[in-house]
Design a protein around this ligand. Structure first.
Ligand code: 2DT
Length: 212
């Protein structure tokens, strides 16, 4: 369904460790919103379809080596190249469900030892989400789920560090959802949070900029 110029869409971000269920819950949320007649799209970062995205993909699959700062900036650039389209979609009434965003950027790079403030800097001026959903799972539990695809960061010791970095990053506005509940329960909780956000944003001001 098309957007409507009088109401704007919501920017909803899902964050969490690998195997926390973000990707399946994102697509369920999309079907849910579409079922209610809302205009919605599912996005994900990294967006591997662009030139920058290809470089990122090759790095993640260990086909190329890059300096930690360099890959951090590529992940950020990959969001900047989508910023104006993102803004247009939101303005014209389309809600975006985004699987990973700047918080993954900061959590994964600071887990390697880069400073949090340095990591945040290139994200400043990107659109600030209306809702951040964190699918909370202990790194050990996520590893037990199996299904790591063999990409660079998919190792327990590293995921433990990422988990600690997410703890430092999150504030009271994040909605923390226990990712170890039955799928249906998680789905239900996410639906309620997202629907409330979509309704609020329809009448609300345009999205703010990071980092705020
Ligand atoms: P997926 O497995 O979800 O495709 O993620 N990552 C992601 C970063 O290090 N920085 C970022 O800015 C983003 C968006 C998380 C691929 C991996 O890339 C990491 C996992």
């Amino acid at each position: 369904s098309g957007g409507n110029s009088e109401s704007r869409g919501a920017l909803v971000v899902l964050e969490g460790l690998d195997r926390s269920g973000k990707t399946s819950q994102s697509s369920r949320l999309l079907s849910y919103l579409e079922g209610l007649g809302h205009s919605a799209e599912l996005w994900r970062f990294p967006d591997r379809s662009t030139d920058v995205g290809q470089m990122i993909s090759s790095y993640l699959s260990n086909k190329s080596q890059l300096d930690d700062h360099m890959i951090h900036l590529l992940f950020s650039a990959n969001r900047w190249e989508k910023r104006s389209l993102m803004e247009t979609k939101l303005k014209t009434g389309t809600t975006l469900i985004v699987d990973r965003y700047s918080y993954s950027g900061v959590a994964f790079s600071s887990a390697k030892g880069l400073g949090v403030e340095w990591c945040k800097a290139p994200e400043v001026g990107l659109l600030s989400p209306d809702l951040i959903l964190y699918l909370d799972i202990q790194p050990e539990k996520a590893t037990e789920r199996g299904g790591y695809g063999g990409e660079r960061y998919e190792q327990l010791e590293f995921q433990k560090k990422v988990s600690q970095c997410y703890q430092v990053l999150h504030d009271a506005s994040w909605k923390i959802v226990d990712a170890c509940q039955p799928m249906k329960d998680i789905e239900k909780q996410l639906q309620e949070l997202v629907l409330e956000c979509v309704m609020t944003c329809q009448k609300g001001k345009p999205p703010a900029n990071l980092w705020s």
